[in-house]
Design a protein around this ligand. Structure first.
Ligand code: NAP
Ligand code: MG
Length: 500
C-alpha cells in the first residue's frame, strides 16, 4: 500500500493545483473487495467543490490553450514516463481497490502508459484539413479548437485506463478538466493526479473532485462552464445524464454496457476458442463492459465445447488478485454479488441448464471477500433474460445454433452493441461476420476483450450515443471543428454568388 495513502488516511480533492478537503468535511470508506479491509477514506464532496474546480479549470484553460500543442504534449510524455516507472506500484494498488488480478492490473496500467505516449504524439498532429476555396485568392482550412472546460465521469471497473482515455486527449487538445472518479475506486485517481502534478501540468488544468454521482456528477452537469460531459458507466445513469445535458445543449459522450458474444463455428480451433472464452468471460470476474457473456456455438461442436469449458473452469483459482496464481478475483461489492445471484435464479426459471457455478463463495478464505463462482449455463435461448441483460459477473450462457446466420441474428438481437467475436477457419465466414455483426468492435479468432488504444473504442445502439473513446476519434469529443477562410484578394468575394 502507498505510504502516502496510509499516512494521509484520507484522500483529498485536487483543485487548482492544491490538495483540499471537501467543503462539507464528509468521507466514506474505500474497501478492498478481496478481504473487506478499509484502504482509505474518500471525500464526499459538495456542489460547492465542483464550482471551485470548474472556476479553476476555466481560468487555467485560457492559458493552457495558448501553449503550443507539442509543448502540451511534453507533459503527457512525462506522465507516461512516471507511470512506467511506477507501473508495479500502481498495479498493486489497482488490484487492492478494484479486485482484478495483478496480471490484469498491470495490463490496465500499461494501457494508460500507451495512451500517454499515443496522445502525446497527437501534440504534433491534431490534424485539420486544407481544401481549395471555390473563389480566387482565398484559402480554406479546418482546425480543431478546444471546447474549453470538460467534465469526465468514470466507472470503477477500469479506474485508471478509462481516465487516461478521456483526460489525455482532452488535455493535449488544450482543454482543462474536471474529473469525478467512481467512489468505489478513488485511489487510482489520486495517484494519477499526483503524477500530473509531478509532470508539471499547470495548476487548474486537471481538477479531481471525489464524491457521489448524485451530488458531484449532477453538479458537474449543472455547471454551464463545463461544455462536454464524457461518461463511462451504466445505461441507466448514462440515459439520465444524456437527458439533462440535452436540455442544456451540452455535448455528451456516453460509453455504457454490453452483452457481448463469442461465436464458435463447426470449423473452429476449439482449444483456441476455449482459451478465448475463458479469458474474456471470467477475466476481471466478468466485470468488463466487453466481457463475453454469451457463446453462440454450432450444434455439432456444442457437447465438446461444454466438456472442454467445464474442465478448464474447474482449474481456475479464485481469490485475492495479489496472489500471482489466482486467475479470478472478487466482485466489486455486495450489491454486485446479489445482482449476479438474482440472475442465476432468473436463468433457472427460464429453463436454462446450469452446468457449473451459480453461487456466492462463502467458505474458507472466500468468506472474507466478495467472490462468485465462475458459472456456465447451457441450452440457453437468445431471447431469455440471461442472454439479453448485462449481468456484469462471471456468468456465461451457451446458446446452440445451426448456422452462422442464426448466430449473427442472435448476436444482434440485444439492446447493446459493444463487442463480438467469431472463431472459424473459413475466410468467407470471417468477412461476412465482420460485416454483419452490429457491434463497435469485432474480433476474429480471439475473445471479446483486448482493445488496443490507437483504435476507436465504443459501441452501437444502447452501448453509446455515437461517440468513441480512444484512438484519434476521441479527439472529436474534446474539440470543436472550426472552419477558417482567409481571403487575400483585397475585394469582397461572395461565396455561391461570385463563382462565374
Ligand atoms: P455507474 O453506476 O453508471 O457509475 C459510473 C459513474 O457515474 C460513477 O463515477 C458514478 O459515481 C457516476 N454516477 C452515478 N450516478 C450519477 C448521476 N446521477 N449523475 C452523474 N454521475 C453519476 O456504473 P458502474 O457501476 O460504476 O460501472 C459499470 C457499468 O459501466 C457497466 O454497465 C459497464 O458495462 C459500464 N462500462 C462501460 C464501458 C464502455 O466503455 N462501454 C467501460 C467500462 C464500464 P459513484 O459510483 O461514485 O456514485
Ligand atoms: Mg470497494
Amino acid at each position: 500500500m502507498s505510504r502516502r495513502v496510509i499516512q494521509d488516511d484520507k484522500l483529498k480533492n485536487f483543485i487548482n493545483g492544491n490538495w483540499q478537503e471537501p467543503s462539507g468535511g464528509k468521507y466514506t470508506d474505500v474497501t478492498n473487495p478481496a478481504n473487506l479491509e478499509t484502504l482509505v477514506k474518500v471525500p464526499l464532496s459538495t456542489a460547492g467543490d465542483v464550482e471551485a474546480a470548474t472556476e479553476a479549470a476555466k481560468k487555467a484553460q485560457k492559458n493552457w490553450a495558448l501553449v503550443p500543442a507539442p509543448q502540451r504534449a511534453e507533459v503527457l510524455y512525462r506522465v507516461g514516463m512516471i507511470m512506467k516507472e511506477r507501473k508495479e506500484y500502481l498495479s498493486q494498488l489497482l488490484t487492492m481497490e478494484n479486485g482484478k488480478v495483478i496480471e490484469e492490473a498491470r495490463g490496465e496500467v500499461q494501457e494508460g502508459i500507451d495512451m500517454a505516449f499515443y496522445m502525446a504524439g497527437e501534440g504534433r498532429r491534431l490534424f485539420g484539413q486544407t481544401t481549395p476555396s471555390e473563389l480566387k485568392d482565398k484559402f480554406a482550412m479546418s482546425v480543431r479548437a478546444p471546447v474549453g472546460v470538460v467534465g469526465i465521469i468514470t466507472p470503477w471497473n477500469f479506474p485508471i485506463a478509462i481516465a487516461t482515455w478521456k483526460s489525455f486527449p482532452a488535455i493535449v487538445a488544450g482543454n482543462a478538466v474536471v474529473w469525478k472518479p467512481a467512489t468505489e475506486t478513488p485511489i487510482m485517481a489520486f495517484e494519477l493526479a499526483r503524477i500530473f502534478e509531478e509532470a508539471g501540468l499547470p495548476e487548474g488544468v486537471i481538477n479531481v473532485v471525489f464524491g457521489s454521482g448524485s451530488t458531484v456528477g449532477e453538479a458537474m452537469i449543472e455547471q454551464d462552464t463545463i461544455r462536454v460531459i464524457s461518461f463511462t458507466g451504466s445505461n441507466e445513469v448514462g440515459r439520465n445524464i444524456a437527458g439533462k445535458c440535452g436540455q442544456r445543449l451540452k455535448k455528451v459522450s456516453l460509453e455504457m454496457g454490453g452483452k457481448n458474444a463469442v461465436i464458435v463455428m463447426d470449423d473452429a480451433d476449439l482449444s483456441l476458442a476455449v482459451e478465448g472464452i475463458l479469458w474474456s468471460a471470467y477475466g476481471t470476474s466478468g466485470q468488463r463492459c466487453t466481457a463475453c457473456s454469451r457463446v453462440m456455438v454450432h450444434e455439432s461442436v456444442k457437447e465438446e465445447l461444454e466438456k472442454r469449458l467445464l474442465t478448464e473452469i474447474a482449474k481456475l483459482s479464485i481469490g485475492n488478485g495479489l496472489d500471482e496464481s489466482v486467475k479470478v478475483g472478487p466482485i466489486i461489492n455486495r450489491s454486485g454479488l446479489e445482482k449476479i445471484k438474482a440472475y442465476i435464479q432468473v436463468g433457472k426459471e427460464e429453463g436454462a441448464k446450469l452446468l457449473t457455478g451459480g453461487y456466492i463463495m462463502e467458505n474458507g478464505t472466500h468468506a472474507n471477500g466478495h467472490y462468485f463462482a465462475p458459472t456456465l449455463f447451457t441450452d440457453v435461448r437468445g431471447d431469455m433474460r440471461i442472454a439479453q441483460e448485462e449481468i456484469f459477473g462471471p456468468v456465461v450462457s451457451l446458446i446452440p445454433v445451426k448456422s452462422l446466420e442464426e448466430a449473427i441474428e442472435i448476436n444482434n438481437s440485444v439492446e447493446y452493441g459493444l463487442s463480438s467475436s467469431i472463431f472459424t477457419r473459413d475466410v468467407n465466414k470471417v468477412f461476412a461476420a465482420q460485416r454483419d455483426l452490429d457491434t463497435g468492435i469485432v474480433y476474429v479468432n480471439a475473445g471479446t476483450t483486448g482493445a488496443e488504444i490507437h483504435l476507436p473504442f465504443g459501441g452501437t445502439k444502447g452501448t453509446g450515443n455515437g461517440h468513441r473513446d480512444s484512438g484519434v476519434a476521441a479527439l472529436d469529443v474534446f474539440t470543436e471543428w472550426k472552419a477558417v477562410y482567409v481571403d487575400f484578394s483585397g475585394r469582397l468575394q461572395r461565396a455561391q454568388i461570385d463563382v462565374e
